[in-house]
Write a protein that binds this ligand. Structure first.
Ligand code: GLY
Length: 407
């Protein structure tokens, strides 16, 4: 009898313990709160947004940098996890400082900047004042849509690495991420024009950005008079023909999101093909954190830009790509029936690696960012093996998605 009582007590105790996955999520949010609490002691002006480190010091940007929405977005994720007023107040402060961004029309990044900040705010607290701000941001993005090309233009006119090739209407794979703002604007206003543009952009990208193996080019340049493709190239990857890791991540996340918004199976099957390309890639290290470019160590690929080995080895990992891939795969796993296990299992492996000392900061270190070892752009010699605010953002998002799946 005594033995039975003891056994029951132990079983009750075990069933009340969080499982390993929940403990991992809890531990990451504990660290995230400690790091961001310290960060907020260092940065108090919400128009100077923490982005990365430079020469070992915190580097902030103005609100019109493409990364300005991620810090507010991470604060929203801290609020989502903790439900603590402290984080809501900070998230609101850092979101509202971005309002002037709603008029940005000189690049495509208004989607990143506004939807990660205001979009999460609207989702979590339903502040109606955010709605017209987001719609104005979508309107700004729409000024870059060209119906002959069937895409929104990412960057204004510029030249490729060779200094000669001109890009007149460059569209980068990253731009798939900005479509979420357009889908939102159609739901908010009832006007289908935003959503129609988003779908057309996704279809054009499927046609022109992807290779037969479902890897993606970084940049595709278009002729605005005919809609013809003029160039397929890279700007941040190893070579024009290679698979820049973050680009693959943006595409995977983007097409998964477009499926969520449209329910059109062609986007789901496309997202699955991208996912399979990524998770089966032979260059993936055992810990599943990708090299900055999947082909960076393949002798068959020859870069178009000058290599400066004093700044990097080419073996660098990109933690930001890992975090984006994990978050996207958690979502994809919910749309793919039994195969979902494969995508969720891979995402779990990424999250476990990112939670280890190999990639996660110790409390009080890393200029208060959560993750280490991301890569901004190796060809530009910029932000190499440093923290980046978007790695933190997608890591927290992935953890929240994992938590949701754990139930
Ligand atoms: N969207 C710019 C980047 O991924 O570096």
């Amino acid at each position: 009898m005594k033995y039975l009582q003891g056994l029951i007590a132990v079983l009750i105790l075990i069933s009340c313990q969080p499982n390993n996955d929940n403990r991992l999520i809890e531990d990451n949010f504990r660290l995230a709160q400690a790091q961001y609490t310290n960060m907020l002691k260092v940065v108090t002006d919400p128009t100077r947004v923490p982005r990365t480190t430079k020469d070992g010091k915190l580097h902030t940007t103005g609100i019109k940098s493409w990364t300005s929405g991620f810090f507010a977005g991470s604060l929203w994720y801290l609020y989502e996890y903790t439900q603590a007023e402290k984080w809501r107040k900070e998230a609101e402060k850092w979101t509202q400082a971005l309002e002037p961004v709603k008029f940005v029309t000189n690049n495509h990044d208004v989607g990143f900047m506004m939807y990660c900040s205001y979009g999460n705010g609207l989702r979590l607290v339903g502040n109606e004042a955010y709605q017209p701000i987001l719609v104005q941001a979508a309107e700004s993005l729409m000024t870059r849509f060209n119906s002959t090309v069937g895409c929104t233009e990412s960057w204004d006119y510029r030249k490729a690495w060779d200094g000669k090739t001109e890009w007149f209407f460059p569209v980068i794979i990253d731009n798939m991420m900005n479509l979420e703002l357009l889908f939102y604007a159609s739901k908010a206003t009832g006007d289908p024009k935003y959503k129609d543009a988003a779908i057309e952009h996704a279809e054009t990208t499927m046609k022109n950005h992807y290779r037969k193996d479902f890897s993606s080019y970084h940049v595709v340049d278009y002729d605005t008079l005919s809609g013809d493709v003029l160039d397929k190239a890279t700007c941040q990857g190893y070579t024009d023909a290679s698979a820049w890791a973050r680009g693959q991540a943006w595409g995977l996340y983007g097409f998964t999101m477009v499926y969520r918004e449209t329910n059109d199976p062609k986007f789901l099957s496309f997202a699955r093909n991208i996912a399979d390309y990524i998770i089966n890639h032979p260059s993936l290290p055992a810990d599943k954190i990708p090299l900055w470019d999947f082909n960076a160590l393949d002798p068959e690929f020859k870069p178009e830009w000058m290599i400066d080995k004093s700044k990097y080895t080419l073996r660098e990992r990109d933690v930001s790509a890992g975090a984006i891939i994990a978050s996207a795969l958690y979502e994809l796993s919910t749309y793919t029936g039994e195969d979902g296990e494969k995508y969720r299992g891979f995402a779990d492996q990424v999250i476990e690696s990112l939670s280890s000392p190999a990639y996660r900061a110790k409390e009080g270190e890393n200029n208060n960012f959560i993750l280490t070892r991301s890569v901004g752009s190796i060809p530009h010699g910029a932000e190499i093996t440093v923290p980046l605010n978007y790695a933190d953002y997608y890591f927290l998002e992935a953890l929240l998605r994992k938590k949701e799946l754990e139930g």
